[in-house]
Write a protein that binds this ligand. Structure first.
Ligand SMILES: Nc1nc2c(ncn2[C@@H]2O[C@H](COP(=O)(O)OP(=O)(O)OP(=O)(O)O)[C@@H](O)[C@H]2O)c(=O)[nH]1
Ligand SMILES: [Mg+2]
Length: 456
């Protein structure tokens, strides 16, 4: 993992709570360290505890709090990190107990997003998520600032402190309303762009998957292979770090050789327990995924946790309303995987998926649904021949279930032409006294619906 921001170098004690809730504790701790490192925070000590349930007041048990306080005294870290999202009460109590700045998992992810955000939209979305997170936690955060002398003298007296919190609250609410207005403008712009793209009839394919799986690398590999434009302007940012991409980029890929062009979008990666404030704030960016005709679900085969990551990806897709879009499972980084063939023969999607609308837990139906609804391919984004195979697979998937034909649309039925443009790729061949002649490549549903216009 690369430390992109050397001047941010800080040290931290990481606190992990192992709960019997089915989550993979070791993975969660490893991921916290990677997340921390992604914003220049070095974990110098990890303290863990196993409890049947988390302590509602202090997350960890009171004895453990004492132990962490002693660690803070001894090591003087800049931060104490918690491997989960802390409730407002837990944050307030822990801020009082530990004389040190606290970041929970959500705040850590928010910090990465705020360092990485480049476009106006991403910045607005991140700020909105931060404020939504901070608002109910103002008291705890104020206590901490007061203890560290980080605010003006107004914190010295309780009454004044409360007034200050009230002022802060109003200020934040005002700013959140402002952000909502600005974001809705951006959302409208996006919707307009999306409409224009839909009208073009070009299939829309979205790259989705766990962070660092190689989505941007696939996008760039396709661009460098199939785009004649200057690469620097079109290529997207790829890097071996969590959340390299925060913005959605849409690019046209035109593979030539009789294959149809498609629009490819690259977007923010997923992670387990992606904070809901972030999912909400990134709604407009993620809409790009929701309106895609097909998804490329990218996994990193070299990551021992890739099946768990795939499950998280599927869950997140479901949450954002993209659970039933046709997909191709793309197992990437095969060059790094110890034995990619075995992995794929193992077919993790069949075993691990919990998405009923694509798969069903009932083994009787599972096989059939899998074979008819989903495709999978193992590639290395670094190999040109693999990118070519992926494009062929996309082409095949997009074309299956489509019909190519000629139609004559009477001028009085102009709306049919508009409707067809939405889902098909069509070319206007000419106009005669009866209507518009078109050559169309449409879905089977549209073919049946508009059968009366088909010219044999
Ligand atoms: N060896 C190898 N490395 C790869 C392959 N695909 C991607 N990578 C590397 O994996 C790292 C992450 O790739 P990205 O394309 O930035 O990943 P991403 O899915 O866009 O990640 P986020 O934007 O953070 O969600 C980069 O260092 C890539 O060079 C591959 O097939 N083989
Ligand atoms: Mg990326």
């Amino acid at each position: 993992m690369t430390n992109i921001n050397e001047e941010l170098s800080q040290t931290a004690v990481l606190v992990g709570l192992d709960l019997p809730d089915g989550t993979n504790f070791e993975k969660s701790i490893r991921e916290m360290k990677d997340l921390a490192e992604a914003v220049g925070i070095k974990v110098v000590m990890t303290a863990t505890q196993s409890l049947p349930v988390q302590n509602t007041a202090t997350y960890i048990g009171s004895g453990k709090v004492e132990e962490i306080r002693a660690l803070v005294d001894e090591l003087s870290p800049n931060l104490v990190l918690f491997d989960n999202s802390l409730s407002p009460i837990q944050l307030r109590n822990l801020s009082k107990e530990l004389d040190c700045e606290i970041l929970d998992r959500t705040q850590l992810i928010l910090r990465i997003f705020s360092v990485r955000a480049r476009t106006r939209e991403a910045k607005l979305q991140v700020e909105s998520a931060e404020l939504a997170y901070f608002l109910p936690r103002l008291v705890g955060l104020r206590t901490k600032l007061g203890r560290q002398g980080g605010t003006s003298g107004s914190m010295s007296n309780k009454g004044q402190g409360e007034t200050q919190i009230e002022l802060d609250r109003r200020h934040i609410e005002h700013r959140m309303a402002q952000l909502r207005r600005e974001l809705s403008t951006v959302e409208q712009e996006r919707a307009t762009q999306r409409k224009r793209r839909a009208a073009s009839g070009i299939p829309k394919i979205a790259l989705v998957g766990y962070t660092n799986a190689g989505k941007s690398t696939i996008m760039n590999a396709m661009l460098s292979k199939y785009s004649t434009d200057v690469m620097d302007e079109k290529s997207v940012f790829e890097k071996d770090m969590l959340f390299a991409t925060l913005d959605t980029s849409v690019r046209k890929i035109d593979p030539g050789q009789g294959r149809k062009a498609f629009l490819l979008s690259d977007t923010v990666g997923f992670i387990s327990n992606l904070p809901t404030t972030l999912i909400k704030a990134f709604r407009s960016t993620l809409e790009e995924v929701k309106y895609a005709d097909m998804l490329l679900l990218v996994s990193d085969l070299s990551d021992p946790e890739y099946r768990e990551n795939l499950r998280v990806t599927e869950e997140t897709l479901f949450e954002i309303g993209a659970g039933d879009i046709p997909r191709i499972y793309v197992y990437n980084k095969a060059d790094l995987a110890s034995d990619p063939d075995i992995n794929v023969m193992h077919d993790p999607t069949r075993e691990e998926s919990s998405r009923e609308n694509i798969y069903t837990p009932d083994p009787k139906n599972r096989k059939e649904l899998h074979s008819s609804d989903s495709r999978r391919i193992t590639i290395s984004a670094k190999k040109k021949a693999d990118i070519e195979r992926l494009v062929d697979e996309i082409e095949d998937a997009v074309n299956s279930g489509r019909v190519e034909c000629d139609m004559l649309i009477p001028y009085a039925d102009g709306r049919v032409l508009d409707a067809l443009k939405k889902n098909s790729s069509l070319t206007i061949e000419g106009y005669d006294e009866k209507g518009t002649k078109i050559h169309v490549f449409c879905t089977k549903a549209d073919f049946n619906r508009y059968n009366e216009y088909v010219v044999m």
